[in-house]
Design a protein around this ligand. Sequence first.
Ligand code: CMC
Length: 426
Amino acid sequence: MNKNTVTLTNNRNGKSYEFDILDATVGPSVINISTLYKETGMFTYDEGYTSTASCKSDITYIDGGAGKLMYRGYDISYLSKEKTFLDTAYLLLNGELPTEDELGAFSFEMQKRSFVHEGVKKLFDAFPDRAHPMAILSAGVSALSTFYYKHLDITSPQEYKEMSNRIVAKIPTLAALSYRYSNGLPIIYPDMDKGFTENFLCMLRGYPHEYVELKEIEIKALDTIFTLHADHEQNASTTAVRNLASTNAHPYAAISAGIGALWGRSHGGANESVIRQLEMIGTVDRVDEFIAKAKDKNDPFRLMGFGHRVYKNFDPRATVLKNIRNELMDELCIDSELVEVANKIEQIALNDDYFISRGLYPNIDFYSGLILQALKIPKDMFAVIFVIGRTPGWIAQWSELNQQKTVKIARPRQLYIGPNDRTPEH
Ligand code: CMC
């Protein structure tokens, strides 16, 4: 018996087939079934890809059982404490943490590239008042592919770098513009003297010729949120980005698709829904009623900010954010009534068999919403904040796929359950 293979027996015809086991550096091995259809004439069926590894990647590792997340081999608890978001973005894009000089040069490049073509403003002018900033942002990023069409054909490491740095630098500006246009507010241009996260907060909050006063702790909190969102292996939006990459689409069109996928309430849109849900529950005495709804099989209601496909233990990002939320309680104005409601939900869920037996723990979105609210970030910008953090991860994943020697187009098959040929004789 070969220990590095798995044998599959078809009980219908008694035939056996062997498939190789491929080992991961750390984490689950995989069964290489790429020849399964050729050999057996059958597909595998795995709705929602719960047991499917769609690619090989050396970017991010998650241990869902232990509640561990690493970018390029660095634990996020280390990165969020000791490093900045720009360190993390550099790490994701280049594979190594930057030296001091490299970080300085990267930071300078981010400042230099943060302006967007004035033509983008004409596009944004066309959107109605109150258009959701995620929709504006997705359109804006897609439009960038018209200004930088040359990134469709990238051949050298230098071109990869230029394309990646350009989008990471411009995303905060486009994000802030999305908000300003959605609300009819005057535009604030990037400031070359400000760091990445501070600059974004000023573009979001400021008014022309006004000095925006920011506390260090506000910048640090948002910077940490960006770091914690920077990558998360093959989640729905990254899979969307990779699917587009596999078709040779423009990288910025792929990022735009990622934004669309992230917007969904089951994914990045959850942090906005968490706050709306906490506000709807309103007071501590109503928590039990909503916990009962969440547990009721006949009620579609779900506790937003709970559960995760991969984490069946505490989301490590949530652990970091819970601490930040507690620090901010004293420094900034966090809505204490909503915190009380959140604490009660958390306390019940962590002790209730429904949640324990299903591995439903608070996820990153359960805590990020309250922090973002304390940072005076409007609810419909919450998912946009996620986009700013996730862009280096998406681009690293896009580049990883594109740099493979051969790229296979993402093209799953299906279990057809429709009618057989019923075309009348003709
Ligand atoms: N509230 C109540 N029950 C839940 C919840 C919830 N939030 N999440 C899952 N369940 C139940 C679900 O009904 C099912 O029960 P049963 O086994 O009796 O049918 C079981 O738990 C498994 O759920 P699932 O939908 O099969 O799990 P999934 O891995 O497909 O979904 C999820 C993961 C995140 C989409 C889901 O937990 C959910 O909808 N959570 C609320 C939305 C949310 O907070 N999303 C943010 C995710 S973290 C940010 C990110 O990385 O995108």
